[in-house]
Write a protein that binds this ligand. Structure first.
Ligand SMILES: CC(C)(COP(=O)(O)OP(=O)(O)OC[C@H]1O[C@@H](n2cnc3c(N)ncnc32)[C@H](O)[C@@H]1OP(=O)(O)O)[C@@H](O)C(=O)NCCC(=O)NCCS
Length: 180
């Protein structure tokens, strides 16, 4: 059952002073491996990836949109404090990050999750994990659960084609060289 939304919720891009609160929230869910742990320096370094929901007193939830390149982004570190869950706040954060992805004309946004039902309602569809080598290379290779992974890969948009990427890379390199 959807609970009524708290009276005041503002969704905005994070700024550096939010880093400590974001760290605390991610830590809350990293303890049982619901989320990948993030260090405070790592959050500061990537603070521009983050979107937060606040109620005027503090952070209620957060999420990050990480860019792998012009072909792919990833929703990471999406979390809402337990007392604010099931009020629609997670959905608001995802909507804001998807609008940001559209602004950047990202053709595809991916994520790995154990709660596909939440993301399915927001327009994501399941895909084979192997189709997302960027994510596997970035996170899975060092993950202690890599051999017993129970996460489902999902995407919204068009899966990147590697041959197309290579082509685009060469094309843009040629364009840059011609300007020298
Ligand atoms: C996932 C999370 C961010 C969702 O935030 P939220 O604010 O509770 O989500 P919403 O209220 O927008 O949920 C919308 C709908 O998604 C579904 N949903 C949300 N969380 C769910 C969960 N944990 N399990 C199953 N369905 C869920 C429900 O259908 C919900 O609608 P309902 O409340 O009317 O039933 C939050 O549960 C959370 O912080 N979880 C712990 C961290 C985590 O697992 N992050 C995801 C890692 S991929």
């Amino acid at each position: 059952m959807k609970l009524s939304r708290p009276e005041f919720v503002r969704v905005r891009k994070a700024v550096l002073p939010d880093a400590g609160a974001i760290h605390g929230l991610i830590f809350e869910y990293a303890r049982d491996y619901s989320l990948l742990a993030r260090t405070l320096p790592e959050i500061c370094e990537n603070i521009r990836d983050f979107t937060v929901a606040e109620d005027g007193k503090g952070i209620m939830g957060c999420g990050a949109l990480h860019f792998y390149g012009i072909h792919l982004g990833e929703v990471r570190s999406i979390a809402v404090w337990p007392r604010y869950r099931r009020h629609g706040i997670g959905g608001m954060i995802i909507d804001a990050m998807l609008a940001e992805a559209d602004q950047h004309r990202l053709p595809c946004v991916c994520l790995f999750t154990r709660i596909p039902v939440f993301f399915k309602a927001l327009g994501f569809a399941e895909v084979a994990r192997a189709r997302l080598p960027d994510k596997i290379y970035k996170d899975c290779k060092d993950c202690r659960r890599r051999d017993e992974c129970d996460e489902i890969a999902m995407i919204r948009g068009r899966l990147p084609s590697l041959s197309r990427l290579e082509f685009d890379d060469k094309k843009s390199a040629r364009r840059s060289l011609s300007r020298i």
